[in-house]
Ligand binder design. Structure first.
Ligand code: FES
Length: 145
């Protein structure tokens, strides 16, 4: 049911933890399943993501997708990080079962929320980033999976 990569990232998640004095922190949840995700970003003066960590109260698919998402955004610029969608994360993991696709949205939205927090703290606007939802199950029916 799960790819080897999903199992690997679930059993050995990368970048679990917190970043003290993070440049941006984002927390999102999914009210339907009750899962919560928090992302921490450390962004340098050139707008490059030096480090990224996450903590979750979420299911195995949420752990695996967040682990992969943190690996993908590390070393990227903010603009590049915005291209790390849940679809990109799922591709990097060789897919997820359809019922678990929504779990991958937690990671994407939490990264966006952390970038939003960074932008707010620094009084800047990030092109292409709109205010993230705090509950990703809102309007889920309209999502095109
Ligand atoms: Fe809630 Fe996976 S079931 S994030």
């Amino acid at each position: 049911m799960y790819s080897e990569k999903v199992m690997d990232h679930f059993q050995n998640p990368r970048n679990v933890g917190e970043i003290e004095d993070a440049s941006g922190v984002g927390t999102v949840g999914n009210a339907k399943c009750g899962d919560i995700m928090r992302m921490y970003l450390d962004i340098d003066e050139n707008g490059v993501i030096r480090d990224c960590k996450f903590k979750t109260f979420g299911c195995g698919a949420a752990v695996a997708t967040s682990s992969m998402a943190t690996e993908l955004v590390k070393g990227k610029t903010i603009q590049e990080a915005l291209t790390v969608t849940n679809k990109a994360v799922m591709e990097a993991l060789d897919g997820l079962p359809p019922v678990k696709v929504h779990c991958s949205l937690l990671a994407e939205e939490a990264i966006h929320a952390a970038l939003w927090d960074y932008a707010q703290k620094n009084g800047i606007e990030i092109e292409g980033l709109s205010r993230p939802k705090s509950d990703i199950s809102e309007g889920e029916e309209e999502e095109d999976y």
